[in-house]
Ligand binder design. Structure first.
Ligand code: ADP
Length: 159
């Protein structure tokens, strides 16, 4: 059985994230979406809120082999605890590459058996990030087409 972990901040989940989740769920038997703590980012949503939004979006998308969890600590330790073969990351632009490459190499050193798999962002979502969505919401922009339907109200309540 091939198992993967898709880690991220998901603050909040966007259609770009959901696209990566759907495509990974088609490739792997089991996918764990893991809300991680990123100490560089000050989140808008609690980890529970982020997990709930991802779960609702995953359910609405009809994905049966996806579970949503959260973890502190090292990503590879979480991946090992799930017997995962792979870590999935999305690549949007060249700007993502440096950091993602460093992380993939570091994780490979710690856990040589776990591969990092990069999925190229769908062209529709290349420009899309949680940060941009939050900025748009602050200025009252229509978020349809950027985040799953269940997320729109949740963001509007925060801004
Ligand atoms: P992190 O803090 O770990 O970067 P993010 O929630 O910002 O968490 O992103 C999680 C993962 O999803 C990263 O691999 C990121 O590159 C990817 N990602 C984010 N937005 C998109 C998008 N629009 N298309 C494809 N991948 C994306």
């Amino acid at each position: 059985m091939k198992t993967a972990v898709y880690p991220g901040s998901f603050d909040p989940i966007t259609l770009g994230h959901l696209n990566i989740i759907e495509r990974s769920a088609a490739v792997f038997d089991k996918l764990y979406v893991c809300v991680m703590i990123n100490s560089d980012k000050k989140p808008m949503f609690t980890r529970e809120e982020r997990m709930d939004m991802i779960r609702d979006a995953v359910e609405a998308a009809g994905l049966k082999n996806v579970e949503v969890e959260t973890a502190g600590g090292l990503l590879v330790e979480y991946a090992k605890s799930k017997n995962a073969n792979a870590i999935v990351r999305g690549l949007r632009a060249v700007s993502d590459f440096d950091w993602e490459f460093q992380m993939a190499l570091a994780n490979k050193c710690i856990a040589p058996d776990i591969e990092t798999v990069f999925l190229a962002s769908s062209e529709k979502f290349t420009y899309l990030s949680s940060t941009i969505v939050k900025e748009m919401a602050r200025y009252g922009a229509d978020l349809q087409g950027f985040v799953p339907a269940n997320v729109i109200d949740k963001i509007m309540q925060k801004v």
